[in-house]
Structures are given as C-alpha cells and as structure tokens.
Ligand binder design. Structure first.
Ligand SMILES: [Zn+2]
Length: 59
C-alpha cells in the first residue's frame, strides 16, 4: 500500500517530527495533532497548510 509521509523540517521547522499514513486525510490529522502539541498551533493557517501539503511525499 502506498504511504504518504511528512517531515516538519521540510517546511523549515526546527523539528525532527515525521509522520506517515496510508492517505492524506489520516496524515493531516497526525500533523494537526502534532502542530497543536509541539508548535502551539490550535489551527493551521492557510499559508502553513499550503506548505504542509507541498511537503507531503508519496503517491
Ligand atoms: Zn514539528
């Protein structure tokens, strides 16, 4: 099964967090949880969301 992966450092964060999931929806949930807990982002703004989506790798 194809996997989607994300790494915080790919959007310029000084952070070693990486996540992987089977689809973008699950991945975004993990990223949102991490962003809230580690970066204090209660909500990911549109500019950051664009960067996150551009940084997601995988088919
Ligand atoms: Zn992070």
């Amino acid at each position: 099964m194809a996997k989607k992966t994300y790494a915080c450092k790919d959007i310029g964060m000084q952070c070693g967090f990486t996540a992987e999931a089977a689809n973008e929806q699950d991945l975004m949930q993990k990223i949102a949880k991490h962003a809230k807990e580690a970066h204090g982002m209660n909500r990911i703004d549109d500019a950051t969301m664009k960067k996150v989506k551009a940084a997601i790798k995988g088919a």
